[in-house]
Design a binder for this molecule. Structure first.
Ligand code: HEM
Length: 487
């Protein structure tokens, strides 16, 4: 090792390495360290060498120049138990199986034509939220907007993936709780992954048992859903993801060989990839707009210009709204739902910017830090300023390495259109129909409260957004079905 030129590393402790420096907010801890040690920094999580990438230039080298070599995901115990040994899209190693599953999802499930086919589902679910907001508005009561947005995200994904809501109406709490448990366990920190000698601690904490339990519950639930689809006889107007996957299984479309466990894993992946990310993006967008009234006003004016006299802003109208798109880009810049993307693993030894990086190194791309880099974004990089995107042709599809909320390269998120379409139309409607306010905090700690983050790899706002909607319409709404779309 004396001959190797390794990237700079902070001082580390025996056995645990740099684990004590990670903190509850790894993206923040990594940025502080990278300001001292540079944009390519080598840490050690127990026995696992871990490269942290914190500049657009270094991200370009990893995600573009050496994309193929960085295309694996690290295997963790949680992935192994819950995701069936990582035989799925998000976690499996780069290879033939992953290639097949990803192209199947990109083309058959998440392509533009499919996204369009679910327009009605989005509209219905957004109107359900609008109806609740109208009720709160007429009685001047606050709503737990975060809860409403999370339910909406869940319900859209449920209907798109499985044809109906397996949710609150019938025991959803069960389904939603299980989903939350999976997320928590996938983001948990099994000590044994990094320090094998201490794997007994995970057993003692009951982590292994919880993972096995949650995996079993999900297999049973998803198996029931797939079987219900097999047993269905009626011809459906709109096919959901399970229908399409079963069709592909029957017809072996494009040579895809799918078994039941593949179908179950794809659906689970869609839930894991979709639910919190949608919710997180809209939740941040709402609080940032509420706290920046000048941006809120500009956005409301733009929406009114394109959709005057309409009760519902359609997806077609949203297409031309440049300021709305700039707002969403700014939200994803400041608060990417996956601030460190999803970790990668290097498959062979390479040289990167003159440094030697060994095969097996785990890699975090600190998108959060890159999105706030003053060299790339200017001195006001920390400020919420949607205007900065109006003159930039910068896109989030993985070509501009200073802006990578959906990642880049082979592992790019396959659901960009799917995600952005819902975020745009939902935000346009909530902002168009209502004026919003939140109460000032009695202790004057507004920033600490409203901008606080959860811990872990997927980061949302910590505290629920309790807000007061005031309807912009005098119309009274009874039920969702009475809402007149054309106005
Ligand atoms: C605002 C919404 C979303 C954001 C910000 C987001 C972000 C990301 C990121 C950062 C990655 C990792 C990329 C990389 O390693 O380079 C990813 C991967 C992935 N996302 Fe998304 N995502 C969103 C919505 C969704 C939705 C709605 C779905 C499913 C319907 C989804 C499914 C996936 C899947 C399956 C992968 C794994 C791809 C692979 O490993 O090849 N995502 N996403």
């Amino acid at each position: 090792t004396t001959k190797l030129n390794q990237p700079p590393s902070p001082w580390r402790l025996p056995v645990i390495g740099n684990l004590h420096q990670v903190s509850l907010h790894p993206h923040r801890a990594f940025r502080s360290l990278s300001l001292r040690y540079g944009p390519l920094m080598l840490l050690h999580f127990g026995r696992v060498p871990t490269l942290v990438v914190s500049s657009a230039d270094a991200a370009h080298d990893v995600l573009k120049t050496h994309d193929l070599k960085f295309a694996n995901r690290p295997k963790t115990k949680a992935v192994d138990i819950i995701m069936n040994g990582g035989r799925d899209i998000a976690f499996s190693s780069y290879g033939e199986y992953w290639r097949q599953m990803k192209s199947l999802c990109t083309i058959h499930l998440l392509g533009k034509r499919m996204v369009k086919s679910f327009e009605k589902v989005r509209e219905e679910e957004i109107k359900i939220v609008i109806e609740k907001l109208e009720k709160a508005s007429s009685s001047s009561l606050p709503v737990n907007l975060s809860r409403l947005l999370l339910n909406m995200s869940n319900d859209v994904i449920c209907r798109v993936a499985m044809g109906r809501k397996y949710s609150r109406e019938e025991n959803t709490s069960n389904f939603e709780n299980q989903l939350r448990k999976v997320m928590e366990l996938l983001g948990s920190f099994p000590v044994g992954d990094y320090i094998p000698g201490l794997a007994w601690i995970d057993k003692l904490r009951g982590l292994d048992r919880k993972m096995e339990e949650v995996s079993k519950t999900f297999v049973e639930f998803l198996e029931r859903v797939v079987q219900e689809h097999v047993d269905e006889v009626e011809n459906k107007e709109t096919l959901d993801f399970v229908d399409i996957l079963l069709q592909i299984q029957r017809e072996k479309t494009n040579g895809f060989e799918l078994d039941r466990s593949d179908i179950r894993l794809i659906i689970l992946d869609i839930f894991l990839g979709g639910t919190t990310t949608f919710f997180t993006a809209i939740d941040w967008a709402m609080i940032l707009l509420i706290r920046h009234p000048e941006s809120m006003k500009k956005l409301q004016e733009e929406i009114r210009m394109y959709s005057r006299h309409k009760l519902y802003v359609s997806e077609e109208e949203v297409e031309d709204m440049k300021y709305l798109k700039a707002v969403i880009k700014e939200v994803l810049r400041l608060h990417p739902p996956g601030p460190l993307l999803i970790p990668r693993e290097l498959s062979e030894d390479i040289k990167l910017k003159g440094y030697d990086i060994a095969a097996g190194t785990m890699v975090f791309i600190n998108a959060w830090a890159i999105h706030r880099d003053t060299e790339e974004w200017g001195q006001d990089a920390e400020d919420f300023k949607p205007e900065r995107h109006l003159d930039l042709s910068l896109d989030f599809r993985g070509q501009d390495f200073k802006f990578i909320p959906f990642g880049s390269g082979r592992r790019l998120c396959p659901a960009i259109d799917f995600a952005i379409t819902l975020i745009e139309v939902a935000l346009a409607n909530f902002v168009h129909r209502f004026n919003w306010r939140v109460e000032n905090r009695p202790l004057g700690d507004d920033d600490e409260y409203y901008l606080a983050e959860t811990t872990g790899i997927e980061v949302c706002r910590k505290y629920p957004l309790i807000a007061f909607p005031t309807s912009n319409l005098s119309t009274n709404y009874g039920t969702t079905t009475k809402i007149n779309v054309s106005g």
